[in-house]
Design a protein around this ligand. Structure first.
Ligand SMILES: *[C@@H]1O[C@H](CO)[C@@H](O)[C@H](O)[C@H]1NC(C)=O
Length: 250
């Protein structure tokens, strides 16, 4: 299945097979694949990534994971993927083709027990082997509540690390713990399973307009602010956003 899709893509983008050999295969595992955030933003973001990157040398597969049983999880994930949209300037027929390819590269896994993680690992390896693909790395995106982090981290560390020469990256979404102490505990715990350079802590609120405007605001007001807004006077910038909505539907 996989080879066919690559070849179709490579006919359109000559020369990519060679680059692909150099750059290898990336597996992206979305934990919490049927939750709110995944439905609203993450699948669309991954699809965008696929559209942007697929011709540039990496090949991809996408693994949605959640606690939900396989059949039901598969259905929920399919629903989330139905609403993927393409950039406005893309022809509808192209869009349909890309969406179809993306769907074929995506599958659902129930991840609940240690055996489930071992099975995921086998599945990723099995996808690589027949095509002789070199594994570049694996990205685990944690779109789950923080109380689930440690258990998932333990399972990834013990069963889902890629072989030598391939990287592991874990993306951790906020909220990170529920107060200062629990955040510190979580950091210590995660630090026992992952290297610091393997962890990427992200906050999608940094993409919100008010926050995204901070730098342009500085730039537009250099005359008035430069004397104060600089490395000699500002130690750090803290952004506090109080929320009432928790992570739901995971
Ligand atoms: C991480 O996995 C390695 C290899 O399986 C294991 O030796 C190590 O004890 C694990 N780390 C923790 C904190 O469990």
């Amino acid at each position: 299945m996989w080879k066919m899709l690559t070849v179709t893509m490579c006919v359109a983008l000559l020369g990519c097979l060679q680059a692909q050999e150099l750059q290898g295969h990336v597996s992206i595992i979305l934990l919490g694949a049927t939750g709110d955030l995944a439905k609203k933003y993450l699948w669309q973001g991954l699809f965008q990534l696929y559209l942007d990157e697929a011709g540039r040398g990496h090949s991809f597969s996408f693994h949605g994971a959640a606690l939900t049983a396989p059949k039901q999880g598969q259905e929920l994930m399919a629903k989330a993927l139905e609403s993927l949209s393409c950039p406005k300037d893309m022809e509808p027929s192209h869009c349909a083709e890309h969406k179809d390819q993306f769907l074929q590269l995506s599958r659902y896994h129930q991840l609940k027990t240690a055996e489930d993680y071992q099975a995921l690992n086998k599945d990723i390896e099995a996808q690589l082997q027949p095509e002789g693909l070199r594994e570049a790395g694996r990205i685990f995106y944690f779109s789950v509540p923080p109380f689930a982090y440690a258990d998932i981290a333990r399972n990834i560390n013990s069963s889902c690390r890629p072989g030598p020469g391939a990287w592991l990256r874990v993306v951790l979404e906020k909220p990170f713990g529920h107060d200062h102490l629990s955040a510190q505990q979580l950091a210590t715990e995660l630090g026992s399973f992952f290297q610091e350079e393997e962890m990427y802590r992200v906050d999608h609120y940094l993409g919100k307009q008010a926050v995204a405007q901070i730098l342009p605001f500085r730039d537009q007001n250099r005359k008035a602010l430069d004397g104060l807004w600089n490395q000699h006077h500002v130690e750090r910038v803290e952004i506090i956003m109080k929320e009432t909505v928790d992570a739901e539907g995971v």
